[in-house]
Design a protein around this ligand. Structure first.
Ligand SMILES: *Cc1c(COP(=O)(O)O)cnc(C)c1O
Length: 327
């Protein structure tokens, strides 16, 4: 029987899920307070689950708004009538930067932020100092792309499909003190404890997606050599592309220096017609996916862990050639 046939209640699948959990704990240096869970509903389900589980007793949470995904997370707390506060936002400049020097509320249950803004191409270079308040972080597009200081992180969540596996599963890493905040009177399938108490197997988990994550993080650990090494590679890739963009008068990076994403490099050409022509030319040359998100336009190179330096070199060559023929 293959992985798609065995029961999730078999020792074979136990080995898969437990290995994925152990490797995650080693890579991120998690201590015993943290539980690694695999949930369905994508990262989007977490927008609603976090406030539902952590704000049951009327407490408030602080949210940082850095783009499309943070805005959605804020909305899901607001429609539950949770008294959250948006303590910082970069909406004034179309989300092209990461706010700093934020003052947080000491009595907040958590601070929510999006560490990498997939659509706008910005990323927290370092996490903010939230004092005693734990952070809840949407890391969908930069989980396991670099080492992480877990000291003030209460929860991380990430739809697997960008950096660690296929679509269909969301990794949630949650600390025991946040699990303890969940009330009993919420739906079973929306309660983190349901999954923490059953090693993510209260009901049938997405076995094949979890198996693929196991393989990806095995590659991260054994072939790449861990998150420090992954970080070196990711920086090399992003530097190559940003340096080219900064030297160019034809292409222009859209995110502010100091806030730029190492995962999603967003850029513009002199006009939309040229952007269209560039994206088409890229597809002709075997480079798909360079069109910016439909909500912002422009171009975007998503250069997640799996993208090699060779691909960035090819892209830069193509960009140079396109400029020569159209500029
Ligand atoms: C893609 C993405 C999401 C949405 O993930 P789903 O799994 O599709 O719900 C949320 N947050 C960020 C930062 C993303 O990049």
């Amino acid at each position: 029987m293959s992985i798609t046939e065995v029961s999730h209640r078999s020792p074979w699948f136990d080995d898969v899920i437990n290995d994925a959990i152990e490797r995650t704990k080693r890579l991120l240096k998690l201590d015993d307070q943290y539980h690694v869970l695999f949930l369905q509903g994508g990262a989007s389900m977490q927008f609603c689950m976090a406030p539902l589980n952590f704000l049951s007793d009327g407490r408030s949470a602080d949210y940082i708004n850095t783009g499309t995904w943070s805005t959605k997370a804020i909305k899901e707390a607001q429609i539950q009538n949770k008294p959250i506060k948006v303590v910082a936002s970069s909406e004034d400049k179309n989300f092209c930067y990461i706010p700093n020097n934020i003052s947080f509320n000491k009595d907040a249950a958590y601070v929510h932020l999006t560490s990498n803004n997939t659509i706008k191409g910005t990323q927290f270079e370092s996490l903010p100092d939230t004092g005693q308040v734990p952070m809840v972080i949407d890391m969908s597009s930069d989980i396991m792309s670099k080492p992480l200081d877990m000291s003030n992180i209460g929860m991380i969540y990430a739809g697997a499909q960008k950096n660690i596996g296929p679509a269909g599963v969301c990794m949630v890493i949650i600390r025991q003190d946040l699990l303890d905040l969940s009330p009993d009177n919420i739906p079973t399938m929306l309660n983190y404890n349901t999954f923490a108490n059953k090693n993510s197997m209260f009901n049938t988990p997405p076995c094949f997606a979890i198996y693929t994550i196991q393989l990806v993080i095995k590659w991260l650990e054994e072939t790449i050599g861990g998150l420090e090494q992954m970080d070196v590679k990711n920086r090399e890739k992003a530097d190559l592309l940003y340096n080219f963009l900064d030297d160019s008068s034809f292409y222009r990076a859209t995110a502010d220096k100091g806030s730029r994403s190492l995962m999603n490099v967003t850029f513009r050409l002199p006009n939309e017609d040229l952007e269209k022509a560039f994206v088409a030319k890229a597809v002709e040359n075997g480079m798909g996916g360079l069109k910016g998100h439909r909500s912002v336009g422009g171009c975007r190179a998503s250069i997640y862990n799996a993208t090699g330096l060779d691909a960035i070199n090819d892209l830069v060559s193509l960009m140079k050639e396109f400029e020569k023929t159209s500029g």
